[in-house]
Design a protein around this ligand. Sequence first.
Ligand SMILES: [Fe+2]
Length: 529
Amino acid sequence: MTQTKTQLSSVDRRRFLEHTWQTVGAGLSVALVSGRGLFAAPRLGANPFTLGVASGDPTPHGIVLWTRLAPEPADPASLGRRSVPVGWRVATDSGMQRVVARGTASAERWLAHSVHVEVEGLKPGRDYFYQFDVRDEESAVGHFRTTPARNELMGQLRFAFATCQDWPSGYYTAYRDMLENDLDIVLHLGDYTYEYGISGITGRGIPAPDGFSEETVDLRTYRLRHTLYKLDPDLQAAHAKFPFAVIWDDHEVQNDYSGLAPEWGSPSPEFTARRAAAYQAFYEHMPIRAKVARHPGPGLQIYRRLRFGTLAEISLLDDRQYRTDNPCGDGEALRCDEALTGKYTMLGREQERWLARGLSRSTAKWNIVAQQLLIAELEHTLPGYPDEWYWQDAWDGYPRARTRLLTDVVASGVTNPVFLTGDWHSTFANDLKVDFKDPGSPTVAAEFVTPAITTGGDGTPYGPYYGPMVPFNPHIKYYEGDKRGYFKATVTQEEMRLDLRFVTSVEDPHGTGYTERTFYVENGRPGVL
Ligand SMILES: [Fe+2]
């Protein structure tokens, strides 16, 4: 599909004006024409808020507000060495008249002039609006809602969860669809950016922008990659309208890496430095509370917990940073004896303990665990395949760690555990069991694997490959491998309702969303309905 720039210009400008929560300014829509024109836009006056605004990780009294000054998006160094004071305001109205908190933050060169403001002192369960300013320039107005007080009986929690938004695969139709809702939060389960070089005609029907043909490997290229993604108007609009809670998967660094081991090969100083650069760029572009040292160390803790009154607790995990390298090799492989020794970990011992302790102490009615990789067993039972053939990058490559995880869930006695998963570019609804090989093993939790926002575009069907395996894995209650979209969840005291929203297309800029199917988890009854 090839479209002219003129068509895209008008389409993008219209979509931008229709769907952005508050417009960023007419100049930006020119910059968003995309393709080679993406970074060749005029200097946008002096407005440095080209990447939009975001909020994240709400608490009853606080929020993280984010922006990054990028008057020339193609040049992360355009502001030079100086620190820039950035004003911020929080108000109770979208017109920003009734201001309840304000201050000044410093955008520092060493963090690419990003700003993370940790606001405190707000009221629980309230809607707020926020805006940044530098000199006479103002950012878009963003919106967030604080969480209810810890002991409040929240009537309903509404959220979406998303994953895998490869920019060249297509448009963020799913985010545009998400904007029709009133959500308390959006959970992003990773693959927010992809490291691969971008070339040729993209799934957006436009040529790859200049300067992206190589894989990201250092701070400069990871920053530019985040910049490219953040220029998308639908993504900006979603960030402006909803607070996000974001965790990474592999592609924010490199495909299928484990801990300090790259996809292929062993740990090395080069890969350690590359991962540190990727983690820093991630921090610089996300509304998260993580602390980064002035000279970035190799790690960055992103596992954490959100609480929504007594209704729900959401534990967000990190399946990448602390895990041991795949015991039986990468990709698809036979399960080897080594995997059964118990030496191997997906979360690392410390995070495992943190999760187990959190679950056992939780008093929330719904205990949601948001993480990256498929937990349910998916034995690749196909003609010509030997028994015990699995995708080793997911929890199938770490079977003893999975048994510990699910045993901890049972031992904690926690009510209504539900796992939310990304990564697979497919949709699953699964019953989780401590022993998947035993059909009599009780279901201990439900797992929902959310489809990709874009990755794979409109034309990379997984269904014909994985679909025939599913009947041999009867705990998988639903599988779809060919559609892009996301899940929308509504949690009440009685049930968790999950609307699977697919999109008609990510390659057509006019794609729309629709509900493919609705799933339920009932209070007190583990598993998928
Ligand atoms: Fe992905």
